[in-house]
Design a protein around this ligand. Structure first.
Ligand code: PMP
Length: 359
């Protein structure tokens, strides 16, 4: 067998320890997972009602075009149905973009550290990744522009960036888009869009009117609380969507996921409440960090990166043994730091007490 050389060097993605695994390993009865930026409040009650009311056979394939969900999302974002592509999570859209545009001899530009799937897929496709270091947690957009050349196919922007939580301000984004060559696809990953409240956060969907080489990625896995269902989407010009569609699995979003996402979208009251809770939760961490003199990045997402200035794996391990799963910054390109998902008020209090006892 002749494997792609790059693939032989890749490790499978390590999603972090599961609650069950940690319980078994440490003999704990209660575990709180604050590691994958999921919504601590779950999802809207409308989702449960919609799912339990589902009466069609499980023997049938899902609607591959996600017709009803497509109509609901198109209305929600104010775009045409033909301007949307669905994925088995936005992870799959990252994969579709990479399959379609990346191959040996081409390169792709991204920040570092950022969401690891951009590079992971580039490696699989045999394209070169040009990683431009963040400056103070922010994208270095001039550095990224300078990294673009005739062989660049895709540029990845993650806003707010995972793991720093810092967003790209509207004016800077527009400046960047106006300078990127038109034959380079700019992917703006807004997985945490619904959590953001910065005044200078861009109205990215509006930017699609001016930039035909832009695709925006959003997901139902974060504030909508549907990570288990795997539904994400991309918004772009029809021409881009039409080119990406052939690389999509025919039945990539499943029947229950589509039903769940439609119901979740209908309950914007739940989304506003979660956003408010998250803002208050972030304040709990800011106060803690300031009181203890720990550096952190103010976050536009539902997670916070904190500098413990000690071995992140040790912090991770200590918190794990005390019932909290977080992400060690070592694997995220931030040795010494730890990324914590904002939980409920009680969960935040609980983990902050453990963090205090470690210092
Ligand atoms: N983009 C970013 C920035 C993320 O943090 C995540 C989830 N961790 C994803 C994309 C993928 O999300 P999903 O596939 O669940 O939609």
């Amino acid at each position: 067998m002749k494997w792609k050389e790059a693939v032989t060097k890749l490790q499978p993605y390590q999603p972090g320890k599961s609650i069950e695994e940690v319980k078994r390993q440490y003999g704990l009865t209660s575990i709180t997972k604050l590691a994958s930026n999921e919504n601590p409040f779950g999802c809207s009650n409308l989702v449960r009602e919609a799912i339990s009311g589902y009466g069609t056979s499980y023997a049938l394939y899902p609607d591959g075009y996600a017709t009803n969900l497509r109509a609901a999302v198109a209305e929600h974002v104010g775009k045409k149905e033909t301007e949307i592509i669905f994925g088995n999570g936005s992870d799959e859209i990252i994969q579709i973009i990479s399959r379609s545009l990346l191959y040996p001899g081409r390169n792709t530009v991204m920040a570092a550290p950022t969401f690891p799937q951009y590079k992971h897929n580039a490696v699989i496709e045999g394209a070169d990744s040009r990683e431009v270091p963040l400056i103070d947690g922010e994208h270095d957009l001039s550095g990224m522009l300078a990294a673009i050349d005739n062989e660049t196919s895709v540029v990845w922007l993650c806003s707010p960036n995972n793991p720093t939580g810092i967003h790209i301000p509207a004016a800077e984004l527009v400046g960047f888009l106006s300078k990127v060559p038109k034959d380079v696809l700019v992917v703006l990953d807004e997985a945490y869009y619904e959590y953001t409240d910065a005044e200078d956060f861009p109205d990215s969907v509006k930017l699609l009117d001016s930039y035909e080489n832009l695709i925006i990625l959003r997901t139902f896995s974060k504030i909508y609380g549907l990570a288990a269902f795997r539904v994400g989407y991309g918004i772009a010009h029809e021409e881009i969507i039409r080119k990406l569609e052939p690389a999509r699995e025919p039945f990539n979003t499943n029947t229950l996921g589509q039903i769940a996402a439609i119901a979740a979208l209908a309950d914007q009251g739940f989304i506003s409440r979660c956003k408010e809770e998250n803002k208050m939760g972030l304040q709990q961490y800011y106060s803690f960090c300031e009181a203890e003199g720990l550096a952190y990045y103010p976050s536009q997402g539902n997670f916070i990166l904190i500098n413990f200035d000690m071995d992140s794996d040790e912090v991770f391990q200590y918190l794990l043994e005390n019932g909290y799963i977080v992400r060690s910054g070592r694997a995220l390109g931030f040795p010494g730091w730890v990324r914590v998902t904002i939980g409920s008020h009680e969960q935040n209090e609980g983990i902050i007490a453990q963090m205090k006892s470690l210092l």
